[in-house]
Design a binder for this molecule. Structure first.
Ligand code: ZN
Length: 267
């Protein structure tokens, strides 16, 4: 019998104290990443609303309670429709979308109205920000085992920002799309899945006496969930937890969280 020796990078190798908060396993004790209550449902991160068919079969999942899971669905539908309308207008130059037929779902009609206003005067949208925060919490829980809600952890959102490619300078977008240098930062917890996305690059530098030396630098790469449709990055920077997402190679968003480390568990 040949043994399967392949290392499973998606498996969680971290602390058993954290596991019930970040790993969905049927018939086990789990806690909702959003509210800390007992969890009984599986949350795909990202949710399929932001992906294209056929869906990837191995989507990351985290535990969530039914209330939270259902509580996001209207805003998620709204956000999906909002991004579709923005994409139609700015990417495909389709202006008919605002005059064509009635929308069946009220979320879609709301999104169409909101995008109509956005085109006149670009502004932030609270329902989108709520969903971006939700996505960020999931990605952070899955990737670095942090950012989820529990009695021991408090998470404060310190920044939510988003923008779309057609309204940004080319160089601005390129910068947003770079891998993040994390050499001087806190690394994710040992056993976190994020380790599969860290690259070590040897950089050639010169010291004061002119001798050359090689310095290893660490970079955090993107997790490509579906090419051209959804990718994200999670890393620590300046003492905060950053989550960046790019949806449809068109919309960029970032969510920054401050974690209360005073009550951090000891491993
Ligand atoms: Zn919940």
């Amino acid at each position: 019998m040949e043994e399967d020796k392949q290392f499973n990078f998606n498996k969680f190798w971290g602390s058993p104290l954290i596991e019930p908060h970040v790993v969905f396993r049927r018939n086990s004790n789990m806690y909702c990443v959003y509210c800390g209550d007992r969890a009984d449902t599986r949350e795909h991160c990202p949710s399929r609303a932001f992906l294209n068919k056929p869906y990837p079969t191995d989507l990351p999942t985290v535990p969530a309670c039914k209330n939270c899971n259902n509580g996001f669905s209207a805003d998620e539908q709204y956000t999906r429709a909002y991004i579709n309308y923005l994409h139609e207008y700015y990417k495909n130059g389709n202006i008919d979308i605002f005059s064509s037929g009635a929308e069946v779902r009220s979320e879609n009609a709301d999104a169409r109205r909101a995008v109509g206003k956005f085109i006149q005067t670009p502004c932030g949208d609270e329902r989108l920000m709520r969903i971006f925060t939700k996505l960020a919490v999931c990605h952070a829980a899955y990737e670095v085992s942090a950012g989820y809600y529990s009695q021991e952890n408090t998470v404060t959102i310190t920044r939510i920002a988003y923008g779309i490619k057609p309204l940004l300078e080319v160089t601005e977008w390129q910068e947003l799309e770079c891998m993040e240098m994390i050499s001087d930062e806190i690394l994710p917890e040992i056993g976190s899945r994020a380790f599969r996305n860290i690259y070590v690059v040897e950089m050639e530098t010169k010291s004061a006496d002119g001798a050359g030396c090689r310095m290893p630098m660490l970079f955090m790469d993107w997790v490509d969930v579906q090419e051209g449709f959804y990718k994200y990055q999670v890393y620590f920077k300046n003492g905060q937890l950053w989550v960046k997402m790019i949806i449809r190679d068109f919309l960029y968003c970032e969510v920054v969280m401050l974690l209360d480390t005073s009550s951090k568990m000891i491993y």
